[in-house]
Each structure stands twice: as C-alpha cells, then as structure tokens.
Design a protein around this ligand. Sequence first.
Ligand SMILES: NC(=O)c1ccc[n+]([C@@H]2O[C@H](COP(=O)([O-])OP(=O)(O)OC[C@H]3O[C@@H](n4cnc5c(N)ncnc54)[C@H](O)[C@@H]3O)[C@@H](O)[C@H]2O)c1
Length: 321
Amino acid sequence: MVETLHPSVRIAIVGAGHVGSTFAYALLLSGLASEIVLIDANRAKAEGEAMDLNHSLPFSYATGIWAGDYSDCAGAAVTVVAGGAAQRPGETRLDLVKKNVATFEEIIPAVSRSDTKSLLLIATNPVDVMTYVAWKLSELPANRIIGSGTILDTARFRYALSQHCGVDPHSVHAYIIGEHGDSEVPVWSLANIAGLRLLDFCGVHGVPHDKIELDEIFRQTRDAAYHIIERKGATYYAVAAGLLRIVEAILRDQNTVLSVSSLIESYYGISDVCLSLPTVINRRGVECVLRLDLSPEEVAGLQRSARVLRETIDQLKLVEK
Ligand SMILES: NC(=O)c1ccc[n+]([C@@H]2O[C@H](COP(=O)([O-])OP(=O)(O)OC[C@H]3O[C@@H](n4cnc5c(N)ncnc54)[C@H](O)[C@@H]3O)[C@@H](O)[C@H]2O)c1
C-alpha cells in the first residue's frame, strides 16, 4: 500500500451513482487522497455512500469522507463529474446529450462558483460533448478540463488484444482515438507489443490476424458497453479504474500518456471539438496532445468522429459563462 501523497489532497466527486461511488471506493483504497467529498442531487444517496465508504476505513487509509455540497469543491485538487443520466439498454451515448447538458448547466457553474482553480475530470456521457460543454460553462482554461474519453475503450482494446495474443495487457500498446462511442477509431497502424508491430508479433507467434479477426476484436471493444448494460444495467469498475489512473497522473505529476478527451486544435484539420488522442497528463492537466502519424484510413476515421461530435455540439443551445 502507498502512503497518502500530501496531508490535504481533496478530491470532489459530483454524482455518487454507480460510476462516482465506485471511483470513490477505488480512490479510497489507493490512498491517493486525504479527503473525498461526494455531492449528489440525491443527498441521501451521497450520504449512504459516504457512510458505507467510511466503514472501510479500518481496512484502508486515514481519509475524510463526507456527503457535501458545492462549496466543498473549494480547494479540491480535482473535481470529478459523473452526475447525470446513464445509458439504458439500446440507448447510444449521444442519445443522452439533451438531458446531460441541462444537468451540466446546473453542475458546472455551481462548481466554478466555489472553485476557480481546480481541474475538472468529466465522466458523464456523451463524454466528449460533455467535456466541451464543461469548458464552455466553466471559467477554466481548456488544459484544465479533461474527459475520461477513450481511456476505457483503450483498456478494453488492450484487454481483447492481450487475450488474442496471449500476453499481459500491460505489454500491449494500442490506442482507441476519437469519440468515446460508436465512431471511435482503432489505431492498428501503431499497435505494438514491446515495440514489435502487432501484425509482426502475430505472424511470428502463429496468432491469427486476418481482417475478420481484427474487425471482431474492435467490434468487441466498441460495443462492450452495450453488452455489459444488457446484462447488468451499467458499467462502472473499469471506468472507475481509468478515472483513478488519470487522477494519479495529475496528483503525482507523472506526465503519463493516456487516451483522454480534451479540446483539440489543428489536428489533421480538426479544431474546436473535444475528443480523445494520446495525451500527456500531469499536475497542470493536459500538457500536450501527441501528434500521431496515422494511416490515411485512420485519419479519415478520426475526421468522421470529429464531424459526429461537432454536429452534436452545433445542435446545442448553451447558456454560456
Ligand atoms: N466515461 C465513461 O467511460 C463512462 C462509463 C460508464 C458510465 N458513464 C457515464 O457516467 C454517468 C453516470 O453513470 P452512472 O452509471 O453512475 O449513473 P447513475 O444513475 O448510477 O448515477 C448518476 C448520479 O448522478 C446524480 N445526478 C443527477 N443529476 C444531478 C445533478 N444535477 N447534480 C448532481 N448529481 C446529479 C444522480 O442522483 C445519480 O446519483 C452517465 O452519464 C454514464 O453514461 C461514463
């Protein structure tokens, strides 16, 4: 177990549902934070989660955990936003946009009023659109607003490839970029295992790698949420682990490359939209977005993804800051 980093590292979580409370639990067990505040429109839900989490303190780290309100975001190192509606079976992430923009029109100005220096980490779906909306509604510069983006899809992709290739997912280096959703793009051209191109690894080790197999791996990755939601109603463990990884990179100032969503400018002709690309994350938030040498097919896929997101944003009528 690691030591708590600093005597006062506060993480605020807005939305104590499946995602927010699972992240709170992962954060508590990590020892990274000394204070965890849960804020939810359903006060009783936040209180119940805080009580339950507090009862694990005898087995974890000294951490202050309570159900609070927006004034508690003051001084938070990171405010994680996971409040709002989730997908129901058959719904796409983009279907949620109207409901969740209205929710953000309440949440983001309320967070901004009590904390103007924090860093916002957005999990609410459709996460790329909500990251853009959070930027528009808050007082923060774009580098301090991060969406969890395709950190989850990239994890699913690495897991599926690790199963297919018979190696540890930690050793699989492959990214999903673009929208966290149906238009996301697998970067096959740069996928590798220990620097060995994925297709070369497969060839040498007798692993099937024709187009049908690879398409199936991507399909499993892209559609995983639909299959999980059909079976258990929600997804939350893997996204909570991804949120924790992002928060760790911020708190420890790690310069970690993670596929997260942020405001993109002049990237293969894409501007003024939030989407995921491998991004260096540290205590300032987004340090820089890596310029990938993509194949023409991947560029076309990324531009298509950006168009889907831009068209969704264009339909919104935001009440801006
Ligand atoms: N980014 C990802 O990879 C990822 C993965 C899974 C889920 N999600 C998204 O995360 C969000 C939460 O999912 P969930 O499964 O936890 O849903 P949930 O229904 O379990 O929890 C949502 C919580 O938000 C609260 N809430 C609603 N409006 C609020 C407001 N105005 N202020 C404060 N709290 C409010 C609700 O009371 C509820 O407790 C959804 O949008 C879901 O699609 C994202």
